[in-house]
Ligand binder design. Structure first.
Ligand SMILES: NC(=O)c1ccc[n+]([C@@H]2O[C@H](COP(=O)([O-])OP(=O)(O)OC[C@H]3O[C@@H](n4cnc5c(N)ncnc54)[C@H](OP(=O)(O)O)[C@@H]3O)[C@@H](O)[C@H]2O)c1
Length: 354
């Protein structure tokens, strides 16, 4: 039985930070101490209206808050003083600087995001794959939205089938919905910075070290979700589409959706989850039932869609419990799922788990 709640701070209240903050507030074993904002803008109002304390990054930023008519509780330093753990949701690349700050607080644990490199913490986390190995860690990284989705699907299928090799084609959204300043308007932008394969395959192997996987990725003119096309070779070529579907149904964080119900695109999925108490967040990875198949050589093929803003949120919550060792993986995952409504899908709309 828990003696006291874990006190959680969120450094960075952007796309991921505000969603992790909402999720922390739904956990019976966690209290939110506050969030930081670098810029005094409408999201300060949003946080304060939810009852979340907002801190500026440095004491010198207080002037900016005062001038914009906002109240800052203090700086990051004061926030960290009151926390057992901080979830770093700062922009990609700030991790090194922030880890140096967090290291000054001896009892403080820190969760970083997938925009940081594996080497920053030396441990990358996924709830389904390596929850127990996080026990006692002081720093860890929750892998990116794409890597989280790949690990979730591959590890689930691996419990039923022996996977030989995975090939994944990633069609990435070009920007998040709020990022009006940056997006691809009318083009395909292949990800070539690392050549072939894209960095995603190496990132999946930070979680599943022995896995044979190769990936290619690019950006498309869309903001709603990422799309992946997966091809999975197995050691035994005796799987059927039905068996693959049954296997995926075992994981509540995988949503099997159906075109028969009108869920023909990511736009329809976002529409479904815009209400139903989800504020548009699809924590589940979505796989189209009708798109699952096995070819004559025994290779599985499937389409999946990933809400880049949401699928890492339950992982962040589990990562906190995993580091503190407050409960085993199954219990944490079930608690996170129940608190966020994961696995409860609208009857007769999506493909309902038995
Ligand atoms: N967006 C996604 O689809 C996605 C998915 C999975 C993982 N991630 C990862 O999650 C992390 C955060 O990404 P995001 O998309 O949430 O970014 P974001 O929307 O740009 O939000 C970043 C937040 O950090 C604040 N900030 C700026 N400088 C800071 C600093 N020095 N210290 C602390 N906070 C600072 C910003 O403040 P102001 O708004 O006040 O200026 C903003 O609220 C990245 O590692 C990213 O790769 C993102």
């Amino acid at each position: 039985m828990l003696i006291s709640k874990l006190r959680i701070g969120i450094n960075g209240y952007g796309t991921i930070g505000r969603r992790v903050a909402d999720a922390v507030m739904k956990q019976p074993d966690m209290d939110i101490v506050g969030v930081t904002k670098a810029t005094a803008d409408y999201r300060v109002d949003e946080a304060q209206e939810k009852g979340i304390k907002v801190f500026c990054l440095n004491e010198s930023d207080r002037k900016q808050f005062d001038e914009a008519g906002y109240y800052a509780e203090g700086s990051l330093k004061e926030l960290l003083d009151g926390c057992d753990a901080v979830v770093d949701c700062a922009p990609k690349g700030k991790g090194k600087e922030n880890l140096a700050i967090y290291s000054n607080y001896p009892g403080l644990k820190s969760v970083f995001q997938g925009g940081e490199k594996h080497d920053l913490t030396g441990f990358s986390f996924n709830s389904d794959c390596n929850f127990e190995l996080a026990a006692g860690k002081r720093f860890l990284r929750v892998v990116s939205c794409n890597t989280t989705a790949l690990c979730r699907i591959i590890s689930t299928l691996n419990t039923s089938f022996q996977i030989r090799k995975v090939r994944a084609t990633l069609v990435r959204r070009s920007s998040d919905q709020s990022e009006s300043e940056k997006s691809v308007l009318n083009a395909w932008v292949p990800e070539t910075s690392k050549g072939f394969p894209s960095h995603h395959s190496a990132d999946v192997r930070t979680i599943m070290p022995g896995l044979k996987i190769t990936t290619l990725a690019g950006e498309a003119p869309m903001t709603l979700m990422h799309g992946h096309m997966l091809f999975i070779e197995m050691e035994n070529c005796n799987a059927t589409a039905e068996a693959v579907t049954e296997s995926l149904k075992q994981n509540p964080r995988i949503l099997l959706c159906s075109t028969e119900k009108g869920l023909t695109s990511t736009a329809k999925l976002k529409d479904l989850f815009s209400l139903n108490g989800r504020n548009g967040n699809l924590y589940e990875v979505c796989v189209w039932k009708e798109g699952i198949g096995v070819d004559p050589d025994g290779e599985i093929g499937l389409h999946m869609a990933i809400d880049q803003q949401a699928d890492v949120v339950p992982e962040n919550i589990d990562a906190i419990r995993a580091m503190f060792g407050t409960m085993p993986a199954e219990e944490s995952i079930a608690l996170t799922n129940a608190s966020l409504g994961i696995g409860k899908i609208v009857k007769n709309v999506a493909y309902v788990r038995k």
